[in-house]
Design a binder for this molecule. Sequence first.
Ligand code: HEC
Ligand code: HEC
Ligand code: HEC
Length: 136
Amino acid sequence: MFKNLTNLKSEPKNYFVIFVLALMMVIPIWPAQGEYADVVLNDKAELEGVRPVIYPHWFHRIRFRCKVCHSELGFEMRVGANKIDMASIADGKFCGACHTGEVAWGLEFCDRCHSGLPGLKTGIKSGSKSSGPGYY
Ligand code: HEC
Ligand code: HEC
Ligand code: HEC
């Protein structure tokens, strides 16, 4: 048995096995990609007296294809690039294409979107927590 271990050292094939095993231990700790995390939207929200919006990107992305939002609904793939406001949402644009009480719960649940703690800036949050008042 221990003789085999000695063999392990000298065989190039086994070096490869060790390399792959080492790689497998490293991969899970690579940081998650920011683009799949939560998006804080606070260009106007707090200025207008409501909490910042936390948009759980991952939560949505596992339910819909990218093109639903990034091509059909016209969301640009850059944080802060979309001029989203409540009037256009109520008009059925952006979040309002789905949050009508049909595809998803309606706009009367202000706190489910306006759930960020005061002071958050528009941008990416690295976690993938989805919603709920006071997560950040
Ligand atoms: C339900 C709608 C929706 C779906 C589905 C969706 N996204 Fe997004 N995505 C958004 C919104 C909203 C933003 C933030 C835009 C903003 O801040 O103005 C965003 C932002 C992004 C960004 C910018 C992140 C950054 O770092 O600037 C990337 C990249 C992105 N999405 C990629 C994807 C990919 C890839 C998929 C599919 C696997 C996808 N999205 C699916 C709505 C969606
Ligand atoms: C489906 C998600 C969602 C819901 C539900 C929602 N909002 Fe918004 N709201 C947004 C987004 C996204 C913005 C743009 C945030 C930003 O960039 O500052 C916004 C912006 C606002 C603003 C800033 C000014 C403006 O006109 O855009 C106010 C005020 C506001 N919302 C009030 C409300 C109130 C009150 C409710 C409940 C009756 C509500 N919102 C429900 C997503 C939502
Ligand atoms: C393509 C359709 C679609 C669009 C566009 C969309 N949503 Fe959603 N959203 C959903 C669905 C479906 C759910 C799940 C509803 C349920 O669980 O009943 C959801 C759930 C959520 C949740 C709750 C997540 C949780 O953990 O339960 C939040 C917060 C949310 N959306 C915010 C937003 C905001 C803010 C926008 C715009 C920036 C937006 N959504 C745009 C379809 C959409």
